[in-house]
Design a protein around this ligand. Structure first.
Ligand SMILES: *Cc1c(COP(=O)(O)O)cnc(C)c1O
Length: 487
């Protein structure tokens, strides 16, 4: 009798013998390697039959008996993964690109397969120490002091949320309702959501206007703080951006730090997109003042090229992070005072051992290669912006402070609406060619195309493809528009 996966001799035994484990692992690895080899030639957007596919996949009941691995791997790669934005593609210049270093995928597998408990220090001290090391490296890279501590989160959103909790605990205590939080009109949407989750409701969140370069207007910030004080409210926190998601612009962090120091406010910086560029010494002037913030969000699944699911919060005074989360339980070992203990610095207990996903790539590649890759992404973005801006019909709205820039399409006598439609058209037509993908945003009624270079796979060849495809589509588009006007 053969032992098929769906008809085991002993249905309660969920384990496998070593030969089966190896066969299953090899089957997955072979598929992954083939997939990664094909990545550069796959359509960068990939999506064309999403609705039909999702209808077909809908399934309300779990299968009663199992199926073999191959019957899942086949559609996973040939259909489910293929029908998606190809966020791992070298040509992906949309939103903030992903990537996913192979080293971080291996770490995810290692961590899950060995499955040790890293929520507190005692059950896996060495593994937790690796995570503590990685947090120290991040603090060093951001020029944060010795007393700083951090927390690895699932992403930038949760890091921003935890920062608001820290500021709230430190500055407001039990008086939540009077507290006012300040951001700019360009801040990421997760900040308003995080404020709400942290008990700071929408009527206590101010969106400060930005200047012509999309940077927070610090004079307006000062006036808003004064007005709120006069109304008897309690300003407690400013959330600045080190690289906004719309245009990549970096707020005047030094001026905001000065103001926060004068006013006694907590200064948190959302560096989910841009903070990792601080690792490159030559780029630190672009982020001047970052090192003076009270807390800082970074997103290693963006800026350090890792697979999704890893963000980080750093807090200048590590004790504040600890006070906001420290808790004991009679059934757990007492927290160690000597070593880093994740459960004392964050909200989770049982959790994914995400530290390994950050530690292994840095350990295997070394810091120098991350610096080189980040410096290259910045240089590629500057090169792309310069070459694009030289094309007829392109108006640059935001030059790259880091590796993201924004522009729109324009021609003599065009209305705002016509320009908006042409800019959206250009994005669609270039993306439809399949080699590079970029997306847009709307600011004050103006539609902007935005290009973000942050995948480790994006190299000079993709910037050339971007230029070729933009030039071809732009000239076709301008000829059509001119024809429409003449006709
Ligand atoms: C991506 C991003 C976020 C949200 O981070 P997630 O990792 O997606 O949760 C917040 N702020 C900025 C500027 C971002 O680019």
């Amino acid at each position: 009798m053969t032992t098929h996966a769906s008809e085991p001799n002993d249905p309660a035994d969920l384990d496998h013998d070593p030969a089966t484990l190896e066969a299953m692992g090899t089957a997955v690895l072979e598929r992954v390697v083939a997939h990664l080899a094909a990545l550069p030639d796959m359509d960068v957007r990939g999506l064309n039959e999403a609705e039909a596919l999702c209808r077909q996949l809908e399934q309300n009941e779990p299968p009663e008996t199992g199926s073999d691995l191959e019957s899942v791997l086949e559609p996973y790669f040939s259909s489910w993964v293929e029908q998606s934005f190809n966020t791992a593609s070298p040509g992906y210049l949309a939103y903030v690109p992903g990537g996913g270093l192979f080293e971080s995928a291996l770490a995810a597998f290692l961590a899950a397969a060995t499955n040790r408990f890293t929520g507190v220090w005692q059950p896996a001290p060495a593994l937790v120490q690796l995570e503590a090391n990685v947090l120290r490296w991040l603090c060093g890279w951001m020029s944060y002091p010795e007393a700083s501590r951090g927390l690895l989160t699932t992403g930038g959103s949760m890091a921003n949320f935890t920062a608001i909790v820290c500021a709230r605990e430190e500055k407001l205590g039990v008086q939540l309702r009077e507290g006012v939080l300040y951001t700019s009109t360009q801040v990421h949407g997760c900040v308003a959501k995080s404020a709400r989750m942290a008990g700071i409701l929408a009527d206590r969140v101010r969106a400060i206007p930005v200047d012509d370069n999309f940077r927070m207007d610090v004079a307006a910030l000062g006036r808003a703080i004064d007005e709120d004080r006069q109304r008897g409210l309690q300003p407690f926190m400013v959330v600045s951006s080190a690289g906004t998601v719309n245009t990549g612009c970096v707020d005047p962090l030094d001026a905001i730090a000065d103001l926060c120091a004068r006013e006694g406010l907590w200064h948190h910086c959302d560096g989910a997109y841009g903070a990792c560029f601080h690792i490159v010494p030559a780029l630190r002037p672009q982020l001047s003042g970052l090192e003076r913030t009270d807390s800082l969000t970074l997103d290693p699944h963006k800026g350090l090229f890792l697979s999704y699911g890893i963000g980080a919060l750093l807090v200048r005074d590590g004790e504040v992070l600890r006070r906001a989360h420290a808790e004991t339980a009679s059934y757990l070992p007492a927290p160690t005072e000597t070593f880093y203990d994740p459960s004392q610095y964050g909200p989770e207990l049982s959790r994914d051992y995400r530290g390994l996903r950050l530690w292994l790539p840095i350990q295997l590649l070394g810091a120098a290669r991350f610096r080189a890759a980040l410096a290259e992404k910045r240089a590629l973005a500057v090169d792309a912006a310069e070459r694009l801006s030289a094309l007829p019909g392109v108006v640059m709205d935001a030059w790259p402070d880091l590796s993201l820039f924004a522009f729109h399409v324009s021609w003599e006598g065009a209305s705002r609406d016509e320009e908006n439609r042409a800019t959206a058209d250009l994005m669609e037509r270039v993306t439809a060619r399949g080699r590079v993908m970029f997306t847009g945003c709307t600011i004050d009624g103006r539609h902007l195309a935005r290009v973000c270079v942050l995948s480790f796979r994006t190299r000079a060849a993709q910037i050339d493809a971007l230029l070729e495809d933009c030039e071809a589509e732009l000239s076709a588009l301008l000829v059509e528009r001119a024809g429409a006007r003449a006709g």
